[in-house]
Design a protein around this ligand. Structure first.
Ligand code: 4NP
Length: 154
């Protein structure tokens, strides 16, 4: 089974949103994929997602409430087949953690970032949902061996 890890900074806003959207959309697509998420930083380890992310997800049918934050660990680079970063800073941090032969991390959106909504407002959290849905459609196409959707995703 394919295993995918979504990564952001705190693992309380973007990557748990990506994980929750992935669970629903992969199931809808009939794809058996194991998904998880983690943060490059340890600030929020053990905490549930940000309540604003939980609310934005719930409004679209995505349940983030059972998720708890964890930090990326070295074993993730051998356990996961794809490690997908929300933004370029997350990608740089992942590349610094990666050892030889481990899965090479990539951006979740091939040519764009999922911007950090933490210091933003409701529209920023809504934007994360939209980007998560868009990127997941491209990722599903990629997993099926299909073409990239609108040139995004991996
Ligand atoms: P995330 O958002 O990386 O999408 O989970 C953030 C969460 C917490 C912080 C920054 C970004 N923080 O500085 O605590």
């Amino acid at each position: 089974m394919t295993r995918i890890l979504f990564v952001c900074l705190g693992n309380i806003c973007r990557s748990p949103t990506l994980e929750a959207v992935a669970r629903v959309e992969f199931a809808r697509a009939g794809l058996a994929v194991e998904v998880d998420s983690a943060g490059t930083a340890a600030y929020h380890v053990g905490e549930p997602p940000d309540r604003r992310s939980i609310a934005a997800g719930a409004a679209h049918g995505y349940d983030l409430s059972p998720l708890r934050a964890r930090q990326v660990v070295a074993a993730d680079f051998t356990r996961f087949d794809r490690i997908l970063a929300a933004d370029r800073a997350n990608l740089r941090d992942l590349l610094a953690l990666r050892r030889a032969h481990g899965t090479e991390p990539a951006l979740f959106l091939a040519d764009a970032e999922v911007p950090d909504p933490y210091y933003g407002g409701p529209a920023d959290f809504e934007h994360v949902i939209a980007l998560a849905r868009e990127g997941m459609a491209a990722l599903i196409a990629s997993l099926r061996g299909g073409d990239m959707v609108a040139g995004r995703g991996r």
